[in-house]
Design a protein around this ligand. Structure first.
Ligand SMILES: CC(C)(COP(=O)(O)OP(=O)(O)OC[C@H]1O[C@@H](n2cnc3c(N)ncnc32)[C@H](O)[C@@H]1OP(=O)(O)O)[C@@H](O)C(=O)NCCC(=O)NCCS
Length: 190
């Protein structure tokens, strides 16, 4: 698990083609808006996640939980699911957040994603009753852009129990900022 480097980005483009998704994540990471994390197994990229430092993507969650950061775009390759990679990415993101002085982290989960919800509850996230509608675009198997919407509930975890940050960072970064907009797909794409 590590923050994506320029070298990683080249490998991602080559080994896990996802249209322009990686470049979009990398561009946001370059501004400091997000951290772009990837999990690797034997040189292969097997999972990704973003830590969104400018607060929650959804407006209800952002206004009710202004001090929280959100982990989103969490995605593990089909062939590698159920092996602890998603758990590892979430743990890495939590330690990174903790190292930046962030006390609370949010994971938003779609209404129909019971499996992911079960995982998040098991990892200590709890329901907030805060729901946001997300309109997103994605590319179908033929590369055609399509639009859809979904409702997600924000689940929250206090990071008091997260141990030994594994990465240095700037103290104080991660408080919510107004004006964050929902962009692209929340979690449906890598
Ligand atoms: C949700 C997801 C990130 C979990 O990653 P993972 O590496 O499979 O998760 P882990 O191996 O750490 O944990 C496995 C748990 O995840 C849950 N899970 C969710 N979707 C799963 C899937 N398709 N296959 C296997 N486990 C899945 C299971 O409940 C499992 O719990 P268990 O260990 O009690 O059986 C991954 O399944 C995924 O990328 N799904 C598609 C995209 C998505 O739904 N992202 C999250 C949006 S909120």
């Amino acid at each position: 698990m590590r923050t994506v480097t320029a070298e990683d980005l080249a490998a991602l483009r080559c080994l896990w083609p996802a249209h322009d998704v990686w470049d979009g994540h990398a561009a946001r990471a370059a501004t400091g808006e997000v951290s772009f994390l990837a999990a690797w197994l034997g040189g292969e990229p097997v999972g990704v996640a973003l830590v969104q430092w400018k607060g929650c993507a959804g407006t209800a969650a952002r206004s009710a939980l202004p001090d929280a950061v959100e982990i989103n775009h969490l995605h593990v390759r089909d062939s590698h699911r159920g092996q602890g990679i998603g758990t590892g990415l979430i743990g890495h993101a939590e330690r990174l957040a903790s190292s930046r002085g962030v006390a609370r982290v949010v994971l938003a989960v779609e209404d129909d994603n019971d499996a992911a919800r079960g995982l998040y509850l098991r990892l200590g996230y709890r329901p907030t009753g805060l729901f946001d509608e997300c309109v997103y675009s994605y590319r179908d198997d033929h590369g055609v852009e399509r639009w859809a919407s979904e409702r997600s509930e924000s689940l929250i975890k206090d990071l008091g129990s997260v141990s030994s940050p594994d990465s240095g960072g700037r103290a104080g970064v991660g408080n919510g900022y107004p004006g964050t907009t929902m962009t692209g797909r929340r979690n449906q794409e890598p």
